[in-house]
Design a protein. Sequence first.
Length: 307
Amino acid sequence: MGEFGLIEQVTAGREQSPGTLLGPGDDAAVLRAPDGRVVATTDVLVEQVHFRLDWSTPHQVGRKAVAVNLSDIAAMGAVPTGVLVGLGCPPDLPSSVAEELVGGMWEEAQQVGIGVVGGDMVSASSLTISVTALGDLQGREPVTRSGARPGDVVAVAGRLGWSAAGLAVLGRGFRSPVAVVGAHRVPEPPYAAGPQAALAGATSMMDVSDGLLSDLGHIAAASEVAIDVRTEQVEVPQRLSEVASALGADARHWVLTGGEDQALVATFPADRELPEGWRAIGAVAEGSGVTVDGFTYEGPSGWEHWR
């Protein structure tokens, strides 16, 4: 089919959002930027590292590739405006796989009312997906990792531990429970919770991509504070407990250290009411590092490449 035939196939008939002034087909896309600032983020997904096509359909992989980027936009307190896709494909990849991939990307983008505004396709030795997401702050200041203050409440929005449980199930050769496996295949980021947190006065925020404790460590380091997670406030869903029991695993470990659920974690002033959908799980104090019930957590706190 060739590069340009494939591009034509995956872009034909797609509708763009009103904020896209010029979509695919030119040297670059043109988007509105009413705030005067653009929030931008990129993630790269590589086959056999971030996904396996014997575990997930191309459509599911496409949705996940966009979701992990849009959650970063939400974590800044912004709303998405568009995504750009770089796709590296082996020469023998069936065009139907690429079409399903991009179809999943479009479906996830349309969850927040945007489209795939452009990108690039190249030959590669393994299937590689690079997505760049763009966002708008709507006049607000970005919510960064460096604003947490002693006395703040730590809270989360979205699911924790489900993707890790699904990965454990798939790693054992099973394909059910469907809800758990599905959580690993396609995350469900709480996109609206990011701007809601910004409006509610969140002092810091990020998405949980590598594990709750690991990502809280980034907030603690950037803000130069200590964070303590209180296990009595951290929900362990009954379904995860059942799966952990069947696999001889620890469901609480999944919740505390599992990544790829793309939940959001933020800190809020103690005198502010948490927005709907957010739940308190800990507190910020003077000091450094992350603890669980006042103690250092034993074992890995999350995922880190090359370690």
